[in-house]
Design a protein around this ligand. Structure first.
Ligand code: 5AD
Ligand code: SF4
Length: 439
């Protein structure tokens, strides 16, 4: 290995992974490593992988294959995250030049694993910690996002939806104490962050190990940390979505008026096969609470089309639910069979072309719903937090509290910095974004 310890890290997947990478970067820096922007400059190359859909593991192996020659130059490779946890030591068989394979639950052992790597050991694994009660917390988190501070409040998932790898890759649910969460929220605010996003695969299953605060009370408490102007949370499970969450959003303006509540399907039969533990009626009751809020709470969701056995009629029920809720944003996915999951034994009966067709029908309809929803903002003045600039268009980009992207112009000569708040008058609307000018 080269004398200077340098690393390159590439991250795939969800916000949990993005935030894990912030912790990994901080830990590596603490161990004397310097982050570099190109694989060519790194002595250690790390991939923080995702295995939620598609042939994710195949993509990782293809990628690793490309780098075989770099191994000959003395570089070392590590595979982190969900594909690492899922494939485990099989990775060494298929990619013998990989030296380190670690799932997220073992990152707290990274310093030890790195020392072994530096001592020339290979085939180092961190795979056995999914049942641990310790969450991966580190005081060294190297925050990469200039305007949003992520805080993991709960790791893992105990729900075992029949299609999902997460319970296998991230292990059982374990919450972090409310005092630890609030301590980090205050530290983040001291660093100058005004937006906090609370993270968990199943964020509203949060159970304070200290028994002090419910999830809704924790939201309220984070919303009252001095200096914090926006609090977001993701991802909620309908089964644990309680009315007091809406009451907290009603009571504390710092809690953003946006709820992401994945429904997955509008068919009771398919929801049962998915082991989602709710019916469409149960889900819609919660949507009713959210819509009854004093605030205009924006709704978004995740939907899977083509789950094994999904009939044309099941799909129509999903379309009906879409029309009824009128979401502001939908993440639609074609079902893909995942290793270890219960749905793997169900016959993946819907042809790929039919899945693609249903997804297109869903997204086309949703686009029309959003066209109408977004048009309602015309001439409104919204508070926007700046996220960056689009030099090509001379526009500033940001988001409203409802999480809607806003592209706008400003008369200021110097572009406002990420994290700045501006009032923006909306002058045009699109199905996925708003356009305006700072006032
Ligand atoms: N196939 C397709 N989509 C999936 N998701 C999770 N697992 C699968 C799968 N096997 C989707 C769900 C989830 C989102 C993060 O990814 O909609 O809410
Ligand atoms: Fe992907 Fe799920 Fe792992 Fe996030 S937790 S990286 S979405 S498999």
């Amino acid at each position: 290995m080269a004398t200077e310890k340098t690393f390159y890290l590439e991250t795939f997947g969800c916000q949990m992974n993005a935030h894990d990478s912030e912790k990994v970067i901080g830990t590596l820096q603490q161990q004397g490593y310097r982050q570099v922007e190109a694989e060519a400059d790194a002595s250690l190359i790390l991939y923080n992988t995702c295995s939620i859909r598609d042939k994710a593991e195949q993509k990782v192996f293809n990628r690793l294959n490309d780098y075989k020659k770099l191994y000959k130059q003395g570089k070392r490779f590590g595979v982190l995250g969900c594909v690492a946890q899922q494939e485990g030591e099989k990775i060494f068989e298929r990619a013998p030049y990989v030296s380190l394979v670690s799932g997220s639950a073992s990152y707290r052992k990274l310093p030890e694993m790195l020392s072994r790597l530096e001592a020339g050991e290979s085939r180092i694994t961190g795979l056995d910690d999914r049942q641990t009660d310790q969450t991966f917390e580190t005081e060294f988190t190297s925050r990469q996002n200039p305007y949003r501070g992520y805080i993991t409040i709960i790791e893992g998932c105990d729900k075992f939806c029949s299609y999902c790898v997460v319970p296998y890759t991230r292990g059982k649910e374990r919450s972090r104490s409310s005092s630890s969460v609030l301590g980090e929220a205050r530290r983040i605010a001291d660093l100058g962050y005004t937006e906090i996003q609370l993270l968990g695969q199943n964020v509203n299953s949060y159970r304070d190990p200290e028994g002090k605060l419910s999830f809704a009370e924790l939201l309220a408490a984070v919303g009252q940390v001095a200096g914090i102007r926006r609090v977001r949370f993701t991802t909620s499970h309908p089964r644990h979505f309680t009315r007091d969450i809406v009451e907290a959003i009603d009571a504390y303006p710092t809690l953003c008026d946006h709820v992401h509540l994945p429904v997955q399907s509008g068919s009771a039969r398919i929801l049962k096969a998915m082991a989602r533990e709710y019916t469409p009626d149960w889900y819609l009751e919660r949507i009713g609470w959210i819509k009854a809020s004093r605030r205009q709470i924006s709704l978004s969701t995740d939907i899977i089309v083509g789950f094994p056995g999904e009939t044309a009629d099941d799909f129509i029920q999903t379309m009906d639910l879409l029309a009824e809720v009128e979401y502001d944003c939908v993440f639609g996915f074609k079902y893909s069979a995942r290793p270890n999951t219960p749905a793997l034994v169900m016959i993946d009966s819907i042809p790929e072309a039919e899945k693609a067709h249903r997804l297109q029908v869903l997204l086309d309809r949703q686009r029309e719903i959003q066209r109408v929803n977004y048009a309602k903002h015309l001439r409104e003045v919204l508070e926007v937090m700046v996220e960056g600039v689009n030099p090509a268009r001379g526009q500033v980009t940001g988001r409203s509290s409802q999480n809607k992207p806003v592209n706008f112009t400003t008369s200021q000569v110097i572009a406002p910095a990420p994290g700045t708040y501006l009032q923006v008058r909306i002058t045009a609307t699109h199905p996925n974004s708003l356009v305006g000018e700072a006032v």
